[in-house]
Ligand binder design. Structure first.
Ligand code: ADP
Ligand code: ZN
Length: 213
């Protein structure tokens, strides 16, 4: 099964991708996480990506397409995968087509802009393993410390209020057209993002079951 999550920054793509990955035993691939890993490791790629990401802009298509090509060539991708945060532009979606990859389902998680702004302000990330939390909606057992690896939680540079606004503009401009792109292919499913993560998960699972049906 090949699944994709679409949605605004902070819509909950990464959180749902993690749950779905565990439930169906298929790996989730997040370009955001791969880029942050490259930044943390100080690689050439990471340094190139940093200025775009911290400013709320998209990393150039050729860079992310290169990353995703490499990742999707790995052995663990053979039984299916979940894409989270890729594609984000029509050019990226066309590159995926050109790679001969056909998605079984594209799930668009819909959340209003004002809710996004509230959510991203409270988002925290493990500086060590990258796990994602929220101070209100998904708190850690011990404040400021990752449940999974005991790493210290950090706020992403691009979760600053002024950067969040730019990311939303970019989303509506560049990424939202992908809904039509995949609707035309007949694979788009819409999930209305709920206040509680587990409620969104229930709707997401129902959408996936209808795809597998
Ligand atoms: P969010 O979904 O909350 O924006 P991500 O972790 O998916 O978080 O992405 C963080 C940042 O990484 C984006 O704002 C963008 O700068 C960059 N990025 C991630 N995926 C892509 C992509 N497919 N194309 C271009 N830039 C990307
Ligand atoms: Zn961690």
């Amino acid at each position: 099964m090949k699944l994709m999550f679409l949605g605004a920054p902070g819509a909950g793509k990464g959180t749902q991708a993690e749950v779905v990955s565990e439930r169906y035993h298929i790996p989730a691939v997040s370009t955001g996480a791969l880029l942050r890993e490259a930044m943390a490791n100080g690689t050439e790629l990471g340094m190139k990506a940093k200025s775009y990401i911290d400013g709320g802009a998209l990393v150039p298509d050729d860079v992310v397409i290169g990353i995703i090509k490499e990742r999707l060539a790995a052995d663990d991708m053979e039984g299916g995968f979940i894409l989270d945060g890729f594609p984000r532009t029509v050019a990226q979606a066309k590159a995926l087509d050109d790679m001969g990859i056909k998605m079984d389902g594209v799930i668009s998680i819909e959340v209003e802009d004002d809710a996004i702004i509230r959510r991203l302000g409270g988002r925290r990330l493990c500086g060590k393993c990258g796990a994602s939390y929220h101070i209100d909606y998904k708190p850690t057992a011990k404040e400021g410390v990752c449940d999974k690896c005991d790493g210290e939680l950090v706020i992403r540079a691009d979760d600053k209020p002024e950067v969040i606004k730019s990311r939303l503009v970019v989303y509506h401009d560049q990424t939202e057209p992908l809904k039509d792109f995949y609707a035309e292919k007949g694979v788009l499913k819409t999930v209305v993002g709920q206040e509680k993560i587990e409620d969104t998960t229930a709707l997401t699972i129902a959408a996936i079951e209808s795809i597998r049906g």
